[in-house]
Design a protein around this ligand. Sequence first.
Ligand code: SF4
Ligand code: SF4
Length: 122
Amino acid sequence: MTQDGFSYAFDPSACVSCGGNCCTGESGNIFVSVTEIAAIAKLLEMDEGEFRRTFLRKVVYRYSLKEKVVNGSHDCAFFDRKANGCSIYQARPLQCRTFPFWDYFRHRVDELKAECPGIINE
Ligand code: SF4
Ligand code: SF4
């Protein structure tokens, strides 16, 4: 998988054995829009207010999914270690859908390769 403007390719088959490096590890923000919040709450069949209180934290003027600490790792609240995947996959936020083709990594390929075993240099 490639994307215009990026010097690397991505092989999604690496996700099977990776253990979700992009959903675990160091603490970070997983930003969600108002539309995405509504979609995730609907998928979980939760009241939107309850979903916000349970799973979101405010970061300045935006909202991020909360994390849970597992063996010292900051896992996204929706990463399922047993299933090795995202438990809200159909409604995962754009930030997750667009990984690993983020502007941040455009010129930081070594940093990205250290995190994601699916990165292939073109
Ligand atoms: S870090 Fe890369 S290989 Fe691992 S789960 Fe995320 S996208 Fe897949
Ligand atoms: S929402 Fe899903 S894909 Fe995104 S960080 Fe959380 S577990 Fe990973």
